[in-house]
Design a protein around this ligand. Sequence first.
Ligand code: NAD
Length: 485
Amino acid sequence: MTYDTQPKASHFINGAYVEDTGGTPIDVIYPATGEKIATVYAATPAIIDLAIKAAKDAQAAWAAMTGTERGRILRRAADIMRARNHDLSVLETFDTGKPYQETSVVDATSGADSLEYFGGMAATLTGEHIQLGDNWVYTRREALGVCVGIGAWNYPTQIACWKGAPALACGNAMIFKPSETTPLCALKVAEILHEAGLPAGIYNVVQGMGEVGHALVTDPRVDKVSLTGSVPTGRKVYAAAAEGIKHVTMELGGKSPMIVFEDANIENAVSGAILGNFYSSGQVCSNGTRVFVHKAIKEQFLARLAERVGNAVIGDPMDPDTSFGPMVSERQMNIVLGYVEKGLAEGARLVTGGARIERDGFYMQPTVFADVTDDMVIAREEIFGPVMAVLDFEDEADVMARANDTEFGLAAGVFTNDLTRAHRVAAAFEAGTCFINTYNDAPVEAPFGGSKNSGVGRENSKAAIAHYSQLKSVFVRMDDVEAPF
Ligand code: NAD
């Protein structure tokens, strides 16, 4: 390996790389080979304090700049990200193991979209004027202060930008803690933002495990926490933030349904099921992992699905032809293989896959189970790997009740050519993000987030602004003040 993946230092604070080797070492492993490609150190209490102090000290001056000025910096950063897309995509592939075929079109590009979108929006953020006879109220849309972003390992560049861009557009400072599994990409986001002219202290990156996240969330100088992670972590972080009455955004896990009716275009439905289960080796929160297929077309659907899954090009993620890469870590691969065992033990029919692939790194086969029933563990728990559960149905009302019978509510999809049914089903889904005849699109222009246990708040779109700013109402009286005595 010739690419230099070792960052200059572990943390990026107050506009510069900072190291403290007193923290717990975190080895960064390339999932395609199992090789160590970098070492970073978890933030010590001194590093955490340095980052929070830098953010706190810098925030007011940033918020005092005009939206146009702030936005210009974000949009400049978007341009730099696009110009460096190749290098950033290679690094993302090293960090996550996802194929370059994906990272070169999804990760830094969607990060850049977010910087561009919120950069454009920064200048449009305003309060309103409310006339009350001769008197009036105006509202000021103000920053929250210091925001903490905590990331998952599946989309490290994207998550660093999806949290950072709206936070910065609204005049906040951010401290971002990437997942300990993928610590490299967020440092590049910080570098690029500073190259684009971001004042020191406004976007900081610190490394570490859950304890570092917890220390950030519980610090009284922090005003808001945005987490992308699992439901169990979400419960802990939400509770810790509640102690300090902090604002939160929770982007958590899912077990989303995808319903394929008998009149659906089967080829498109198979494409949707592939995108919603095997992209990023199945490590996508909004994946449609419970695929309900109408009994009339089930065998036809499964036959075509198995055929197309057989076309996956599994191999070196850096090879542009590779369309299916390794799992992010040995641990995650073993968790997912454990679910395959559970599926077999519970009597689900293995249609394809199911095994580890004998080569270096953490590869397993794209896996499809059929004849899955609602009570099986593989139909209830988030697996977060390339395991699709296909379930049968015959009746719309019955499948809707089953689709919604889950603690999660992140996403849901329907494939049908019946226009009214498509919208009826979308309206009935208990999920924050729904798809009709497509799956897993996530453009920055549309709100993204979950209902039920899958989360609180929304990322992307204008909706994100409400989660990174607060309104102050200012009452103005033009006539005399009446008092009772
Ligand atoms: P995780 O919950 O294990 O960790 C997420 C982050 O939280 C990590 O950075 C971790 O260090 C940190 N953390 C752990 N304990 C903490 C604590 N007590 N206080 C503060 N921070 C703490 O999740 P993961 O394994 O990294 O990612 C996979 C999960 O993320 C899946 O459940 C997936 O569905 C979810 N996810 C959700 C979205 C979304 O947008 N809804 C996107 C991607 C991933």
